[in-house]
Design a protein around this ligand. Structure first.
Ligand SMILES: C[S@@+](CC[C@H](N)C(=O)[O-])C[C@H]1O[C@@H](n2cnc3c(N)ncnc32)[C@H](O)[C@@H]1O
Length: 393
């Protein structure tokens, strides 16, 4: 991405976080390009923030020659759309803040300049702060330790996306926790915990915010990450939070209540779900990563075969089928299952979440769901799905 555009988007993120955006204008259509990202009839876009269901969002007014169409986006969607349009379909973006304005201008050869203008008097900004639901986690000490906030308690500019991701994740995590019949002594296993941002966040949420006794364990095969996280956990005084070196495949899980696996590659997600089902976990939450296992097998019947004609569509078909079968298998094993978009972030392009809460086994439902899996497999020429194989269904 172009340097000035990155800088512009970073000012946009920071200004949104600090609630100082008055409006944004996107204009000067680039008539040279042949393919448009949004409708080529649109002449300009006017963006303002507003509050919906306690959340700040951005309203985009798309100006056509004879009409206006309004669409609303959350912060990440808005940032992504703005980033994809400027310098491509439109040549200018103007960001008007409370005390200044920033103007990003591209010429037709793709060269850009970013100009800042200070304002003498304050521009009006929509009063939205006091209408907004507070985030689940604000400036908690562990966020300073993990380097999301500075030692002085300021959110770091390059960690804004991470901070929103942590809160978004906690929102879904808390919904699952609060809708389950889980007891007060929690055991959570985070498979493939990486740098541990979400593992720390879960522990902090369960112990500090919900006041539960929780043991949270991160399993990770990179020893350097394990050492880093264990040191930080010790410094934070998080007695029940530990990290162990190992693989998802060989992890011992006997009595954990909650199993998490975020962005574990390909069949590692199946291994994690399998471990969760076998341990009778009440909650299983996974955000799958790459989906290679059934892609090689897919051979759809009849005209459905056209779905594999183009590589990208074949890839998406493999993703959808892999995750649909995972969700159906979880339902077969008594889990109420939801599949939804977790977050739209550059950090997390794979943003699908499968969230499952155990409600009880039902033999009739089990047969019905496994028959659905069987029918899908036969229609799409799939020999086996890895999770199904692990479970021996
Ligand atoms: C993409 S990172 C995600 C980290 C973290 N879960 C998150 O969402 O921020 C995936 C992590 O899982 C680890 N990992 C992948 N496959 C694994 C496996 N089979 N066993 C243990 N760790 C694994 C990798 O080393 C990496 O740190």
């Amino acid at each position: 991405m172009e340097k000035n555009l990155i800088q512009f988007l970073s000012i946009f993120s920071e200004s949104f976080e600090n609630n100082v955006i008055s409006k944004i204008t996107i204009s000067f259509k680039n008539n040279i390009i042949s393919e448009n990202i949004i409708d080529g009839e649109i002449k300009a876009i006017y963006i303002k923030q507003f509050v919906s269901k306690n959340e700040r969002k951005l309203s985009f007014v798309f100006r056509y020659p004879t009409k206006d169409i309004t669409k609303n986006y959350d912060f990440f969607e808005a940032k992504e759309l703005i980033g994809s349009l400027i310098g491509v379909q439109f040549l200018q973006a103007d960001l008007f803040l409370q005390n200044a304005s920033h103007h990003l201008v591209f010429d037709k050869r793709g060269k850009s300049k970013l100009i800042k203008k200070e304002l003498g008097s304050e521009r009006k900004v929509e009063e939205v702060h006091n209408k907004i639901k507070k985030r689940i986690v604000e400036d908690a000490p562990f966020l300073r330790l993990l380097g999301v906030f500075t030692a002085e308690g300021k959110l770091k500019t390059d960690k804004q996306d991470k901070f929103v991701q942590i809160n978004k994740y906690l929102e879904f995590f808390s919904q699952s926790i609060l809708s389950s019949n889980i007891s007060d002594n929690f055991e959570v296993v985070d498979m493939g915990s990486g740098k541990g941002y979400l593992t720390f966040a879960m522990y902090d949420y369960l112990t500090r915010i919900l006041g539960k006794k929780a043991k949270v364990k991160g399993i990770e095969y990179r020893q350097d990450m394990v050492d880093l996280c264990n040191n930080l956990s010790k410094t934070a005084g998080f007695e029940g939070l530990s990290f162990v070196q190992g693989t998802i495949e060989n992890a011992e899980m006997n009595s954990s209540n909650v199993l998490i696996a975020l962005h574990a590659c390909d069949t590692a997600t199946d291994e994690a779900i399998f471990k969760g089902i076998k341990a009778n976990a009440q909650i299983i939450m996974v955000a799958p990563c790459c989906h290679k296992q059934i892609r090689k097998q897919i051979k759809p019947q009849d005209e459905l075969n056209l779905l594999t004609k183009f590589g990208i569509l074949e890839e998406r078909l493999a993703e959808s089928l892999t995750d649909l079968i995972r969700a159906l298998i979880l339902e077969a094993y008594g889990y109420q299952t939801k599949v939804f978009e977790f977050i739209n972030s550059e950090h997390t392009p794979k943003n699908l979440m499968i969230s499952a809460v155990f409600r009880g086994l039902d033999e009739h439902k089990r047969i019905e769901k496994l028959n659905e899996v069987k029918a899908l497999k036969s229609r799409f020429g799939i020999n086996f799905h890895y999770l199904e194989k692990l479970l021996g269904d």
